[in-house]
Design a protein. Structure first.
Length: 385
């Protein structure tokens, strides 16, 4: 059944509320959980369901980090002669129709693909889903389009700005709105859509001709009365990483064993790029409690309720609590950190104290280190100008 489906992952999510981490990357390639990237979850969901033709459509954001992480798709078994992984970068100028523009510019990819159905999803709705099950439910319903949603009971504190759907008694979509934190319970759209490829192409062509749609999900929203749109309920862990607060909360959620079981084992493994590095070294006097520590680290201080990525060095006398530390960082001795997100290649000075709240975690942006002598060697002629 899934052999007749192709996957399409839209990576044009707005990152206005997470700019501290997406200055040099897009949301999809942002590191999470110590050794993963946000894109790994959506990509693994598609591959675990048996979809082997996967197109990734990137917006105007910097995609160098994403390309480096994905490579040719080998870790996801998408490095193939037939089908495989295809990456499409947005090459246009400024504009509001990012989704529609990039899809219209690459319609040839859909025409040449042999599959007759498409499964559309995004990267920042992080979950582990059984995509094959939703495909079966879609075909049984005989709907034109199916939208995957989740009933949440914390819509007043999370999922701000996410799409909400209104269903009739038969489970069909009557309208699509926005979550503005007014209600505690909402049906949050996972931005997962299933439909025939011909329907998809027709909608894109009409949107291009009319020129009035800002995104693909907006296109779906305005056509719920034109097509037979069915709602399919998802049950499982879900977090939308569309802000720094949500990013921080997701990493803290991963420390919960039940969440890890749901995310990483419920519907197949979450695949990622493999890096062959040595195990972490925990020296005498170190203390690590309820934390995830990736390989290649050296731990001498105290770490509590934190996520530590690869090649991080935490010196003696440090106290780290409720923090997310990305790879290749160094925390000098005597430092005290709480509710802090530290991006790659950052050095925290000796004795530094940084504290923030859970609702407003502090983000230390990515640093690029360079030896002073090497800097002089490269740029000394500038001193004579």
């Amino acid at each position: 059944m899934t052999n007749n489906y192709m996957a399409m992952i839209l990576l044009t999510e707005k990152d206005d509320d997470i700019r501290g981490l997406t200055k040099n990357r897009n949301i999809a390639s942002t590191p999470v959980g110590g050794r993963y990237r946000v894109i790994d979850f959506a990509l693994s969901n598609m591959v675990n369901a048996g979809l082997r033709n996967v197109g990734l459509f990137v917006g105007k954001q910097n995609s160098r980090s994403l390309v480096d992480h994905l490579g040719s798709g080998g870790p996801w078994d998408l490095d193939r002669k037939i089908d495989g992984m295809f990456l499409f970068n947005f090459a246009g100028g400024e504009g509001s129709r990012t989704d529609i523009s990039i899809l219209e510019n690459n319609l040839e990819y859909f025409y040449r693909s042999k599959q007759d159905h498409v499964f559309v999803t995004s990267s920042y709705m992080v979950c582990s889903m059984d995509a094959k099950k939703f495909i079966e439910e879609h075909e049984e319903s005989e709907a034109d389009i199916s939208i995957i949603y989740k009933n949440v009971k914390n819509a007043d504190v999370s999922f701000y700005g996410c799409d909400t759907i209104n269903l009739n008694e038969d489970g069909y979509v009557e309208g699509i709105g926005k979550n503005l934190h007014f209600k505690k319970e909402e049906k949050i759209s996972l931005e997962g859509f299933i439909m025939k490829k011909d329907t998809f192409i027709k909608m894109i062509c009409e949107a291009t001709q009319n020129g009035s749609y800002t995104s693909f999900k907006d296109l779906i929203s305005r056509n719920v009365n034109k097509y037979k749109v069915k709602g399919l309920e998802f049950e499982g862990y879900l977090r939308c990483i569309n802000s720094t607060k949500e990013y921080f909360k997701f990493n803290m959620d991963v420390l919960d064993l039940d969440v890890r079981r749901d995310l990483f084992f419920r519907h197949g493994k979450i695949l990622t790029k493999i890096k062959d590095t040595p195990p972490s070294l925990f020296k005498n006097g170190s203390e690590v409690t309820n934390s995830l520590v990736a390989n290649g680290c050296t731990i001498e201080g105290t770490v509590k309720n934190s996520v530590v990525s690869r090649h991080v060095k935490i010196e003696e006398g440090t106290e780290i609590e409720d923090c997310v530390i990305l790879q290749d960082c160094t925390i000098k001795k005597g430092s005290k950190l709480k509710n802090v997100v530290i991006d790659k290649n950052t050095v925290i000075a000796e004795g530094e104290e940084l504290k923030a709240s859970v609702e407003f975690p502090l983000v230390i942006e990515k640093k690029i280190g360079i030896n002073s002598e090497r800097f002089k060697e490269l740029y000394w002629p500038l001193e004579d100008m």
